[in-house]
Design a protein around this ligand. Sequence first.
Ligand code: HSE
Length: 436
Amino acid sequence: MANQEQPPLQIGLAGFGNVGAGVYKNLLKNRALLEKRLGRGLEVRRIAVRDLSKPRDVELPADLMTTDLDSLVEDDAIDIVVELIGGTDRAFDLVKAALERGKTVVTGNKALLAERGQELFAIADERKTPIYFEAAVAGGIPIIKTVQESLVGNHIEAVAGIINGTCNYILTRMTEAGLDYPEALAEAQQLGYAEADPTLDINGWDAAHKAIILASLSYGCWVPTDRVYVEGIEKITRRDIDFAQRFGYVVKLLAVIRLHPDSSAIELRVQPSLIPRGHILASVNGVFNAILIRGDVVGETLFYGSGAGQDPTSSSVISDLADAALWRNNCEGHTGFVPHGLYGKPLPIEESASKYYLRVEADDQPGVLAQIARVLGDHDIGILSVIQPEDHEPGSAPIVLMLDYASFGTIRAALAQLKALDCIREDPVLMRVESL
Ligand code: HSE
């Protein structure tokens, strides 16, 4: 039962798109449960949208709606501002102003936090006012609080995540149904998984923003966006997926965050990567997300669930509202960003090492394989196995190699030399092989 002495907390909701509507709908649906659990009601007082006339699936009283974003901040009765408008400019101004007025902030905006989180958390810290952001990473998977709270007794050694559902859906369909990339992308768009403009999903930056947030929580420092190595899935072909399968791997867009203990450097990258078929992450398919975290005390843990969608993402926003309610009741607990370690600096990508998948299209002539092997040998890169299928187009032959551990800098230098060989017909395809 709600605490009679405590009036319901008043929420100002900025944005009523898919997630905003889900938050409103599910707050109403589970109102009694939340009141019982929190000892206090949660009430949406005002909803700011761009366009009042836009048709909406979720019914709501017209008197809650406004186009005036500032009114959420200016209304002293509003305790919590929920920012779901996206983007980094208006959203930044809104969150900053809300914090400065002493309001608690809940946001699901990964780009905002990855790009300007350092500034916002400094304001939150100064004002002793929390920012909660569970919905910013992996939709409905409660990964933020897991790292902040449940794993607080660990040094985080590594994080590996499939954290973009759109890319995972596309790669899954290419693998399982043999679709080409454009077909799989069109299907993802038709089903509403990919945005009409899916650029940030497929170019890897949606996952990179999430990875920056996870790295900040794991290591207590903000990695600037220009120090993150990001490759998308745009160039992945069915052919490479097929070859990877022949070697016993599946292709996933993988975010890797890893501490190098000797140098205290943080490796942070998002790339299409080969994962052994038998590894548990290889079976994370469709729009699902999964995040594997290795801590020095807990060992390996894995978190799986819906990384996007109205209900899963609103579940995370509502969990933040619950935290905000508890915080406002007691004015204690974490204030959003908890730096565990302040370990330090980003690792230059050239120094990160892994095994690799390499496909080159070369002239179908004697001696070509020897030329390729020589370049790799000159760079001290070991060849683990090679396939040259017989059923190729006449004249040009695909040569697919699995390469042993080498630094990214070394492999790039070798690639540059390979590209310059007369016998190489097109840009080689390189992907990481993760042993996890
Ligand atoms: N567009 C994202 C995805 C969800 O496909 O996973 C929101 O970050």
